[in-house]
Design a protein around this ligand. Structure first.
Ligand SMILES: Nc1ncnc2c1ncn2[C@@H]1O[C@H](COP(=O)(O)OP(=O)(O)OP(=O)(O)O)[C@@H](O)[C@H]1O
Ligand SMILES: [Mg+2]
Length: 305
């Protein structure tokens, strides 16, 4: 049986008639890393808050651990770990105090939390920062502390809303490594992101979300195979010459404001044709297709617009 099952799930906020989540269906299985990939405003956080049992669905059905999140919210929240989009840490408290206070709030004892916080700080690579006030921590450290905090109750399911947004590449990699360890330890991960590389690295399976709806679902590889070719040739032409070059080249071409994307199984072969046709791009790059290309194909827009 799936850990989470949603059908026709909707969220509409009071005073608005737009559906932030407009009827989505998905299932999350035990032990998998499941992702919601989508741009700003897609409805990712709205979905995550319903999964976290802190926001009531406006329509459809949602079952978490075979229970109704509205009638069994309290019981379910005790089994979930939540990393919200904004850290919401207490900046005036130390790193360790943040963990302990959160644990007490969860009804855990001080004795338990003293030992548990040491274990979690070790896991989050923050042991040396234990006595430091949170206001002095970097963004990456704060994010790791928020993850440590979400683990105080040894959750079955960890919900992570944009775990690495705004972090530099090194901080992101440290975080990915920690999430990978949790997954290896059997924790079910559900995360949102608008980074296609994060989705490809971390998610066994994902849904592509846009404007409150799911555009498609699958493993990163399945989605790429279903919607795009193996390779992409990216060409940049001088301003104003993009359209004409695209028409001349023909084939499976996407014309963007700043570049042309030519989808092909053999990008170098298309590059050969570019030269034969007498086209002179400023730059040419053959790369493998990514989830960003899938998103563009499905929605006609880029993930980071
Ligand atoms: N509390 C709220 N009240 C009213 N509207 C809201 C509320 N929260 C979100 N919305 C609206 O719902 C839509 C979806 O927002 P949501 O935060 O779920 O998207 P998101 O995918 O998480 O975006 P982001 O990547 O920017 O975090 C947006 O149009 C947003 O303005
Ligand atoms: Mg969000």
């Amino acid at each position: 049986m799936a850990l989470i099952e949603a059908q026709g799930l909707e969220k509409r906020y009071p005073g608005t008639d737009v559906k932030a989540v407009a009827g989505i269906g998905f299932q999350v299985e035990r032990g998998e890393a499941f992702g919601f990939l989508g741009p700003n405003g897609a409805g990712k956080s709205s979905t995550m808050r319903m999964l976290a049992c802190v926001s009531r669905p406006s329509g459809g059905t949602l079952r978490i651990l075979d229970r109704d999140p509205v009638s069994h919210g309290r019981e379910l929240r005790a089994r979930l770990g939540v990393v919200p989009q904004d850290d919401a840490l207490d900046l005036q408290l130390t790193v360790r105090e943040n963990l302990i206070v959160y644990g007490l709030y969860f009804g855990l004892s001080l004795t338990h939390m003293r030992a548990k916080s040491a274990e979690l700080l070790e896991f989050a690579q923050l042991a040396e920062k234990a006595g430091e006030r949170v206001e002095h921590l970097s963004g990456g450290m704060r994010r790791r502390l928020t993850i440590a905090r979400s683990l105080v109750n040894d959750p079955d399911i960890l919900l992570l809303d944009e775990p690495t947004t705004g972090l530099d590449p090194q901080a992101r990699h440290i975080l990915w490594d920690r999430l990978f360890r949790l997954k290896s330890a059997g924790v079910t991960l559900i995360l949102t992101t608008h980074y296609m590389d994060e989705a490809e690295q971390l998610c066994d399976r994902l849904v592509i979300m846009d404007k409150g709806l799911i555009a498609d679902e699958g493993t990163p590889r399945e989605l790429i195979e279903r919607h795009v070719t193996r390779e992409v040739l990216e060409l940049r032409f001088p301003p104003g010459e993009q359209e004409a070059a695209g028409e001349k080249l023909g084939g499976d071409v996407e014309v963007l404001p700043d570049r042309l994307l030519c989808y092909a199984d053999d990008g170098d072969a298309v590059l050969g044709r570019v030269t034969e046709l007498g086209l002179h791009p400023l730059t040419a790059l053959v790369r493998r297709a990514t989830l960003e290309d899938v998103f563009l194909r499905l929605t006609g827009r880029s993930l980071t617009d």
